[in-house]
Design a protein around this ligand. Sequence first.
Ligand code: ATP
Length: 403
Amino acid sequence: MKELWTTMASLMGVLAFSQTLLNTLLPPNLRFIFIKLFHTFLNYFSPYSYFDITEIEGVNTNELYNAVQLYLSSTSTTSSNRLSLTRGLNSTSITYTISHNHRLTDVFKGVYVVWEHIVTPRQTQTFSWRALPEEKRGFSLRVHKRDKDFILGSYFDYISSKASEIRRKKEDRLLYTNSKNGSLDSRGQPWESVPFKHPSTFETLAMDPTKKAEIMSDLRDFAEGSAFYKRAGRVWKRGYLLYGPPGTGKSSMIAAMANYLEYDIYDLELTEVQTNLELRKLLMKTSSKSIIVIEDIDCSINLKNQRIFVFTTNHIEKLDPALLRSGRMDMHVFMSYCCFESLLILIKNYLGCTVNDMDTEILRQLEKVVCVAEITPADVSEVLIKNRRDKAKAIRELVEILR
Ligand SMILES: Nc1ncnc2c1ncn2[C@@H]1O[C@H](COP(=O)(O)OP(=O)(O)OP(=O)(O)O)[C@@H](O)[C@H]1O
């Protein structure tokens, strides 16, 4: 053991001496060439290839760096014993990634790779139109030379698609509205956004169960069908027309759709849009995983984008028949007054009672009166919220107002 230490100490001494000799004898340019040659020599014999992904390329943010960071934060790949945790302002989710200058191993289709998160202080601030971070951050990927082509071919594509999936799941979704008179915000965006936190889901939505199941399956088919639409040469878009009296749940339905598909919502106020060109620009600035809501329908609008559109109206009879025939609306959904099934859903939402908890005679009475009373789910909700602490009173009052 003692001998080993002595040998190591001598080796270190030789190395230090060689470095000093190199620094004294060689001018900086030659020294640089010498070090480069030395690295090339080492690389030649090394069994590994390295890929560097820096956070900032020139002055642009490198999207691949963000994608790798997100990908490495997914539980299935994390095998490091030191992680950095972060949470964005107004966000409910925590993101974690490997700590600075730590490593982790990932396995992709049986191939082992090692990631290292390299963070070093930025030495000099080169001239730039925007301030650069004080630290230089980057990922270095080490792969075996024999796996290099395979990794370049599919691993990075896999990382990018996984990162988009994680981004959609983790990020709080947003509700966008178009700025007044087509003005742009401080970041040059025509849409203003706020976090979207509407609690409505298909489970809490009171409507005919068959119709509900049909809409859910249509949405799912559409969201998963991009390849089919492409094969069939059709534009990947779907239009829904929601119509019915106020308070029947059109807005709740839109929120349920967005929550179901985990899409953002763009609430398009057409009165703020002056020209078709302006409209096109607005639509170009939306993501494809989004629902675009248009409440004032106008025949002249031209919608060619790939996404889901939802049109709402309280008066379908006032719509131009040409608009209904135009093929822009693939599904017409009538949001109707309360039916018995809707009533049961609302009672469960607000009072926590199921059919089994309720008196059969009361149920029979409710069933009899609800189908003749023109009462909206919004009206029923009001009564139930008001009396939510006294379930019996809530049901009694419901029977009363339905008569
Ligand atoms: N079908 C429904 N299921 C569950 N809750 C509903 C439903 N319809 C209405 N509500 C309740 O009533 C409130 C108002 O309904 P909502 O705004 O969705 O109706 P709307 O049809 O969009 O009305 P408007 O045409 O006036 O915009 C909702 O926040 C919700 O609490």
